[in-house]
Ligand binder design. Structure first.
Ligand code: FDA
Length: 393
């Protein structure tokens, strides 16, 4: 005999738990199924263990989607303020780190405990370490086969996330299920991910490994001004993770190191004041010493400033502030924070997240083709899409 619920939510992550809470509050009987040992594992490891749970500047412009308007409705109906209110009701202390990014003072586990507490308060059932074997349409709704036996429900919500970090149990389940029901998928790819370099460039940059600098990183008309980190695999840091969501194989990116300093002017002014200074010494006042040494040696301008022409100074400055790099690839799903692409938003109702062609079937969170920038935007999408779906169930 199959157990029966109003709603079965597949995936006890950020979106699934939020959806279950809202549906439970509205009197629905809800079962949440997850194959992992614990709920909200990505919440637990997020934001360096402190969960960057939202961004107070969230707008639809902070998301990448084939339909840039799709996210507007859910984001307007469940705002960062709504989530902060929930966090405050649970007495979870938080702080703004930078650029509107809100983090827990204590631990990301507080957010998981909050969601579990809300689920319990409204009688949501949670079944962990349960494998979903099949989802079938029935005359009254759906039948979900699981390793704990079959379950029937009028509505099924797919909240199984994207493919990022397979080691943590990420699967392409949502995409497979969407395809099974004839829904289109926008091609997926790793996003918010470090970029790798070809072996020659990597070897050349190897002395810089471990250095972090303020930078502006550009791809076409898109630019992010945040830290850049040189690693033993290539380039990382927030500015690189952000641009990785826009970068495509074969494309070039432009790196501007220390974008608030005009390096050419700095060098020319120093040359005028004292031409006997070494270029490396003056650069070392604006850049980390190892970086200054690298650019001076790389440009073969390891000389006194007085010996450098304007053209040479400008070429040196351009090598630092108009640096064209063609990454070889990315670190892939192994380290990507999110998955770009996913269930085509044309297939879904933006107010409810229901599949237009399959009444009772819903997709929320990261599996949908709505991908946020780094900085709390992805959780805000998970909360917002989960909430509006829960409202509709
Ligand atoms: P999520 O991945 O959270 O949940 C999916 C759930 O489904 C999981 O519990 C999984 O076990 C389960 N599942 C998958 N396949 C299944 C199957 N076949 N059967 C049953 N269950 C299945 N974002 C942000 O805004 N701020 C931040 O600080 C961070 N930090 C961060 C750090 C790291 C290291 C990563 C990898 C990601 C982030 N993110 C982030 C992104 C954020 O974690 C992500 O966008 C949300 O967790 C997405 O929420 P979902 O609920 O959609 O999926």
């Amino acid at each position: 005999m199959a157990r029966t619920f109003d709603v079965v939510v597949l995936g006890a992550g950020a979106a699934g738990m939020m959806c279950a809470v809202r549906a439970g509050q509205r009197g629905r009987s809800v079962l949440v199924i997850d194959h992992a040992k614990a709920p909200g594992e990505k919440i637990r490891i997020s934001g360096g263990g402190r969960c960057n749970f939202t961004n107070i500047h969230t707008t639809a412009k902070n998301y990448i989607s084939a339909n840039p308007h799709f996210a507007k409705s859910a984001l307007a109906r469940y705002t960062p303020r709504d989530f902060v209110d929930l966090v405050e009701r649970h007495n979870i202390a938080w702080h703004e780190k930078t650029l509107g990014q809100l983090f827990c003072d204590n631990s990301a586990k507080d957010i998981i405990a909050m969601l579990l507490g809300e689920m319990k308060a409204v009688g949501v059932q949670l079944e962990l370490q349960s494998q979903v074997t099949v989802v079938e349409k029935t005359p009254g709704g759906f039948r979900v086969g699981t390793s704990n036996g079959p379950v029937e429900a009028a509505s099924v919500v797919v909240a199984t996330g994207g493919k990022s970090i397979p080691k943590m149990g990420a699967t392409g389940f949502a995409y497979d299920l969407a395809r099974q029901f004839g829904l289109k998928i926008i091609k997926t790819r790793p996003a918010l991910v470090p970029l790798t370099l070809d072996p020659n460039l990597l070897e050349k940059l190897s002395p810089l490994s471990g250095i972090g600098v303020p930078a502006e990183v550009r791809h076409g008309k898109t630019a992010f001004r945040e830290a850049l980190l040189f690693t033993h695999r290539g380039l990382s840091g927030p500015s690189i993770l952000q641009i990785s969501s826009y970068w495509r194989e074969g494309d070039e990116i432009t790196v501007v190191i220390e974008p608030d300093t005009r390096i050419a002017e700095l060098l020319k002014t120093a040359r005028k004041a004292n031409g006997r200074q070494a270029a490396q010494t003056v650069l070392g006042e604006a850049l980390p010493k190892r970086l200054a040494q690298f650019f001076v040696e790389n440009g073969s301008v390891n000389r006194h400033l007085a010996d450098l022409s304007d053209r040479t100074v400008e070429a040196l400055a351009a090598s630092i502030q108009n640096w064209k790099i063609r990454p070889a690839g990315s670190e892939g799903y192994r380290t990507a924070e999110v998955t770009l692409g996913g269930v085509d938003t044309n297939e879904l109702d933006s107010k409810t997240m229901q599949a237009k062609a399959v009444p009772g079937l819903y997709f929320i969170g990261e599996c949908v083709d709505v991908t946020g920038w780094l900085g709390g935007y992805n959780f805000q999408w998970a909360w917002a899409s989960g909430h509006v779906c829960g409202e509709a169930l």
